[in-house]
Design a protein around this ligand. Sequence first.
Ligand code: UDP
Ligand code: MG
Length: 314
Amino acid sequence: MAKILYLVIPCYNEEEVLPITKKALKEKMENLIKDKKISKDSKVMLVNDGSKDRTWELIEEYHKEDPLFVGVKLSRNKGHQNALLAGLMTAKKYADITISMDADLQDDINVIDKMIEENNLGSEIVYGVRSSRKKDSWFKRTTAEAFYKLMRVMGVEVVFNHADCRLMSKRALDELEHFEEANLFLRGLVPLLGFKTSIATYERNERAAGKSKYPLKKMLAFAWDGITSFSVKPLKMITTLGFIMLFISVVMIIYTIIVKILGNTVDGWAFIMLSIWFIGGVQLVSVGLIGEYVGKIYNETKHRPRYIIEKELK
Ligand code: UDP
Ligand code: MG
């Protein structure tokens, strides 16, 4: 039996690109249905993330003229990640598998075929990975790749060059629902689910129309959110810095004593020198220690599931 696929597309002020996207996706879905790769009950779910333009009117229009298109309207703009989650959680009520994609056709829609194949081979999650970013501007490419590297260094497990184009089965989405955090960073969350996963690569295109809704400022805020929602490494770095300061203070003690013995000092210099370095080190280690506890509290308040059982034999 072919599975029911729901394509989940968050849309924020996308009236310019939506007609193009609709045409491309309609053709793609009809071909997939014709080739019996997916069930005829499959849909394209357009999630309106509180757009200020005619995006929702367009979605209503598409739904009226073709049952292939269904819509979800958020009451206000909640950001890409929340819009995506809203779509996925709604879609999983009807779908066997979902594929999330951007509205601007930057993710090559032919990756859908590859993802379905991987899913048929048993993967519950298939990550869409960009094989090249030739068509992105130098600036976008460099900042985006720095983003993934920074995430890794800061101890967040992310798939390199994977954005939010991915296939997830209903099984995986049911588990995702148990992650209750308010600061949503799906790219970091999905790898925590486990299960059999695989990768489907595609070429990243230019935006079909309209402007990027992720200017540098939003991208930086997104990276910051990703790190601070997933990693206590920044807190641990304080402790490390504190120990480095204490080590320097030992070096400074020796240096100060030598200078003092040689007599090249004014009164009180040695005392102040030693105090500054030693107290600085002690303070940072103390702050770091408190940070360790804050980190534990932070992890506890997330109420993440402690384990996910994939299968039970009985
Ligand atoms: N988006 C959204 N809410 C927002 C910002 C963006 O739903 O507040 C959607 C947008 O419509 C698009 C996707 O998120 O489908 C990715 O945005 P965009 O293409 O502008 O990002 P970029 O590809 O430039 O990083
Ligand atoms: Mg885009």
